[in-house]
Design a protein around this ligand. Structure first.
Ligand code: DC
Length: 233
């Protein structure tokens, strides 16, 4: 299936299924998928391990800025996307833990962390044909992206989806605990000073509360056909 060389920016609230959707788009259209949240999560793991973030979420900004200078963060492509590494250590599982989820929003609010991540994301976008998901992709990272999607879904449905994923991975959690974390992250992400989560004026809203991934693919193919004049096989 062929579509034009574009950047697809997917933003939205936590656990709205952005990464599952972006991953499927990438595999159907042979695009590169980039999970910007994984970068913020990796920086959060670094901060936790170096003792640069307190239990209350206070960040040692000077310490973190210096730790980022030789932070060897990279991604290895896999069949269904990519895996996150620090040096040769795979951190994919650790960055999805409740501990990291609980501290990632204050870390993502630190301007030097955002600069570190933005610089890397823009490098990947140079060749186009990328689909990237996050909170500020369509507003800050790629304000000229040719297709911007803003995802929303009912809070209960989001919490149920995320809790069942975590339980399937062997983590102990409850829907209530996940819901509280989602509410806190949505609040901090939308109210921070640096690149807050907000819908770009030209983004299309997708509410997937009652949609399957296949329904979402049908929707995006319709949008692409309408906007770029056809998807050819
Ligand atoms: O998509 P996620 O839940 O893995 O993202 C983790 C956190 O990273 C999220 O709470 C906010 C932050 N984030 C951000 O501030 N900007 C992005 N582009 C992506 C994620």
């Amino acid at each position: 299936m062929h579509i034009p060389d574009i950047i697809i920016a997917i933003d939205g609230y936590s656990s709205t299924g952005k990464s599952s959707f972006a991953r499927l788009i990438a595999s159907e259209f042979s695009f590169l998928y980039l999970d910007s949240g994984a970068m913020y999560r990796a920086v959060t793991l670094l901060a936790i391990e170096k003792g640069l973030v307190s239990a209350e979420g206070n960040v040692d900004v000077a310490g973190l800025s210096s730790a980022l200078r030789d932070f060897d963060l990279h991604f290895i492509r896999t069949e269904d996307g990519s895996k996150t590494f620090i040096g040769d250590r795979c951190i994919e599982k650790e960055i999805r833990s409740m501990e990291v989820s609980g501290k990632v929003s204050p870390i993502a609010a630190v301007p030097c962390v955002r600069d570190f991540v933005d610089m890397r994301l823009r490098e990947f976008g140079k060749k186009k044909r990328v689909v990237m998901d996050g909170r500020d992709i369509g507003t800050t990272v790629f304000p000229d992206a040719e297709l911007k999607i803003f995802m929303v879904a009912d809070l209960h449905i989001r919490a149920e989806r995320r809790a069942s994923e975590m339980i399937a991975r062997g983590e102990k959690t409850t829907v209530e605990e996940v819901m509280k974390n989602l509410q806190e992250r949505d609040f901090i992400d939308s109210h921070r000073e640096a690149s807050p989560l907000s819908k770009a004026d030209d983004a299309l809203v997708l509410d997937n509360s009652r949609m399957t991934l296949q329904d979402q693919m049908v929707w995006i193919k319709g949008v692409i056909r309408e906007r770029f004049g056809g998807i050819s096989d």
